[in-house]
Write a protein that binds this ligand. Structure first.
Ligand code: FAD
Length: 468
């Protein structure tokens, strides 16, 4: 998409309720899932009414994203059911929320899981329970069907995201050399998921320079190679390669299995996992319950949400880390924790656009586009005839400076009158359009990623968040 995020957010209600080019019919649409109004009450440290009721419950989970839901799943799986999960939104799932219309279910953000390697034992246990992994084999229908990815470059489509058209011998040589380097890093066993398993001081220096600087030092100056590395950082970390630590950039490639069959994906993306988890632990989930304070008590902690004080022995904090100083008394300020705003737009198409070159695929990317492209919700459908679909488009916009970022947070999310029509070069406009955002996830992997990856807590004060 050629549209800047600010311009996009500045589109008029006319635009979102009825987008149209001169010759096209109107496109209905709106901003959805806008929970920022209540979220900003925390940011503005608004005062909340005193609790009218007390509930005693041994364990409280704060946040119903994939982290909170999977913690709940694990508790129940171990036979422990005496807990509540408090989620501020009406729909649980966080970034793994999903939507649905008459055509298909579709994701609101997270849309795939790289096939977990042998060391990711907990994720494998979860997928065994959900029927995704059976007797050591991944269920075929959940592995992204071919063709998985395509890239739009030089006016045509090619299969795969790694640029393969118009490469000079120098480009080819650099792609090959970099692949070999990633393979060497992989063999060291230091770049793993989960991250903690492989961590070694041997590579810590890589965390002190940026990925782009490391690429430059290694003599990688191919424009196409640098575009691809930058795309990977924007896609995974919401940051440019110049803002991503070399350690994190290398981890992206070297932690994945070289011959990975996946990724695992579903029409509603990771919303499928959320749905299956809710089937198992839904009885413990309370929605529209924003936690506004957590205090330490003699027995454990008190968690305040709505008009209730939940008196608990343990709290599992599964809300985004940046909220901890707002909810927990005396929690150290997070000085250098940076989040990138994301925008997700779901476009409902009344028919597939024509395309030349590589066939339509699950994931579509555009060379040199500020967007991250889109995924097709109908790609995994087993229907024999498919004429309509929903595309999930994402854009991560790393703000240039903390001041500008603060400006974004201050900015109204309300649409303003549109001055220019929406354009998307290779496709016709969709007939319905829903935008979701901006979001503030995930934390950007800037320099010193490894230190930032563990949330701080002061050693002088006891941490009210104990580990189960
Ligand atoms: C656009 C986008 C695309 C992504 N794509 C992928 C992908 O394809 N694959 C992948 O693996 N990862 C992806 N990610 C990353 C992934 O979504 C996150 O790593 C993951 O969602 C983190 O889960 P979480 O539960 O920690 O946080 P979240 O998903 O942010 O969930 C936190 C939950 O806490 C709730 N909450 C917040 N404050 C409170 C409060 N005060 N009281 C009660 N509840 C509260 C929120 O409403 C939310 O439901 C993507 C992220 C984004 C933004």
């Amino acid at each position: 998409m050629k549209l800047g995020r600010r311009k996009f957010l500045g589109l008029g209600s006319a635009a979102l309720v009825g987008l149209s080019l001169k010759s096209e019919r109107k496109i209905a649409g709106s901003f959805v899932n806008d929970s920022f109004q209540i979220g900003h009450l925390l940011r503005d440290r608004a005062s909340f009414p005193a609790a009218k009721r007390v509930e005693k419950v041994p364990v409280v989970i704060v946040g119903g994203g994939i982290a909170g839901l999977s913690a709940a799943w694990r508790l129940r799986k171990r036979g422990f059911t005496d807990f509540v999960l408090l989620e501020m939104n009406t729909q649980p799932g966080g970034n793994a929320r999903w939507g649905e219309n008459e055509i298909t279910a579709y994701p609101w953000a997270a849309h795939y899981v790289p096939v977990p390697g042998p060391k990711a034992v907990y994720v494998r246990e979860l997928f065994e329970d959900l029927g995704v992994l059976k007797n050591g084999q991944w269920e075929e229908r959940y592995l992204a069907f071919s063709p998985q990815e395509r890239l739009f470059l030089y006016g045509r489509w090619q299969e795969g995201i790694e640029p393969a058209v118009g490469l000079t011998p120098k480009d080819r040589d650099q792609f090959r050399r970099l692949e070999n380097l990633f393979s060497e890093f992989r063999k060291t066993g230091s770049f793993t998921v989960p991250l903690e398993l492989g961590l070694s001081s041997k590579f810590q220096d890589l965390d002190r320079i940026s990925f782009s600087e490391w690429l430059r030092q290694q003599g990688f100056d191919s424009r196409l190679l640098n575009w691809y590395m930058n795309y990977a950082c924007r896609d995974d970390y919401g940051a440019l390669a110049s803002d991503t630590s070399a350690w994190a950039g290398i981890h992206y490639f070297s932690s994945r299995e070289p011959e990975e069959k996946g990724p695992l994906t579903w029409p509603e993306g990771n919303g499928w996992i959320t749905r299956r988890l809710l089937e198992r632990i839904g009885a413990n989930v309370r929605t529209s319950q924003m936690v506004h304070r957590i205090t330490q008590t003699r027995r454990g902690a008190s968690v305040f949400a709505g008009d209730t004080e939940f008196q608990s022995e343990f709290v599992i904090f599964a809300a985004p880390t940046f909220l901890a100083p707002y909810l927990l008394e005396k929690f150290p300020r997070l000085h250098d924790f940076v989040y990138s705003p994301w925008l997700t737009a779901n476009l409902t198409l009344d028919r597939y656009p024509e395309s030349r070159g590589a066939e339509p695929s699950w994931d579509t990317v555009f060379l040199d586009s500020p967007t991250l492209g889109y995924v097709d919700a109908m790609h995994q459908s087993l229907r024999t005839y498919i004429d309509r679909t929903v595309w999930t488009c994402t854009r991560a916009k790393p703000p240039a400076s903390p001041r500008k970022r603060l400006g974004l947070l201050e900015r109204s999310h309300s649409p303003r009158p549109r001055t220019r029509p929406l354009r998307h070069p290779p496709v016709r406009l969709p007939h319905r359009h829903h935008a979701h955002g901006p979001r503030h996830d995930p934390p950007r992997c800037r320099l010193d990623f490894l230190r930032r990856a563990s949330p701080p807590h002061s050693s002088e004060q006891p941490n009210p968040l104990r580990q189960l």
